[in-house]
Design a binder for this molecule. Structure first.
Ligand SMILES: [Zn+2]
Ligand SMILES: [Zn+2]
Length: 255
């Protein structure tokens, strides 16, 4: 398994932090998780062709995680229409409750309403609840709490290894189950110690969560500009003896 962080920022784009997104490679399959602003550009910087995507998972429907979703889907559908008539590999898109309505709404907003049904064989949209066993990997979705919106953490398992992606979450039972014994935990690290709010984890909570659930390595992401002068990594380490990595755009991690 290999994971590349495409965007380690949040709502506020900075040159070094695109919006949330990462590219996971498992047994030759390419899996995009979230598509914040700048994710498509980061994929281009990697030399990655959108047509090579196999799966696309959305953690939730907030705009910082979806600014590039429409353009990526339009690009994928256009591969057959404009570039390669033989192109027929479907992209499998998963998300929380309401995924089809969400995608259809995006097409309406961006005046691609007719396009929604065009080349629909190239896009398979499904809600994901619980576990999905595929030939190359297993993925389990967990409901997590995030200011009253439907949000998912995803746990990918293959070859005896576990990668968990938190999405946006506070400390809740869902994230504890998702992170259990993860070899790699890509974690929402929006808030420094003492700055608790109903949307995100604090560094103190991350440290305690990783210790309690037996995480081996945690990668901090979803940074906000205010934290530039805060040593988030040291704050997590105050409660966790495992490996802590400060995420950065285009960082590659292998398992
Ligand atoms: Zn977010
Ligand atoms: Zn959010």
């Amino acid at each position: 398994m290999k994971i590349t962080l495409l965007g380690t920022g949040s709502f506020v784009n900075e040159s070094e932090h695109a919006g949330p997104g990462c590219l996971l490679e498992i047994n030759g399959k390419n899996i995009l998780i979230d598509a914040g602003s700048g994710v498509q550009l980061r994929l281009a910087e990697l030399g990655f062709d959108i047509g090579n995507l196999d799966y696309f998972f959305l953690t939730h429907y907030h705009p910082d995680h979806n600014a590039d979703t429409t353009s990526i889907l339009v690009r994928y559908k256009n591969l057959k229409r404009f570039y390669d008539p033989e192109f027929n590999k479907p992209l499998k898109l998963f998300g929380p409750l309401g995924i089809s309505d969400f995608i259809e709404s995006l097409y309406k907003i961006f005046a691609f309403e007719d396009f929604y049904n065009l080349n629909n064989e190239l896009l398979e949209i499904k809600e994901l609840h619980g576990q999905l066993n595929l030939s190359d990997f297993k993925v389990t979705s967990f409901d997590v709490e995030h200011i009253g919106t439907l949000s998912k953490a995803y746990r990918f398992e293959a070859d005896g290894k576990i990668i968990t992606i938190s999405g946006d979450t506070v400390l809740c039972s869902g994230i504890k189950k998702a992170a259990k014994n993860a070899d790699l935990f890509i974690c929402d690290s929006s808030l420094s110690k003492g700055n608790k709010n109903p949307a995100h984890l604090t560094t103190e909570e991350i440290g305690k969560l990783c210790k309690e659930t037996g995480v081996k390595k945690v990668v901090l992401t979803h940074f906000l500009p205010y934290a530039k002068n805060v040593d988030l990594l040291s704050e997590v380490k105050e409660n966790f003896d495992g490996e802590v990595v400060l995420g950065k755009d285009l960082l590659e991690l292998n398992l």
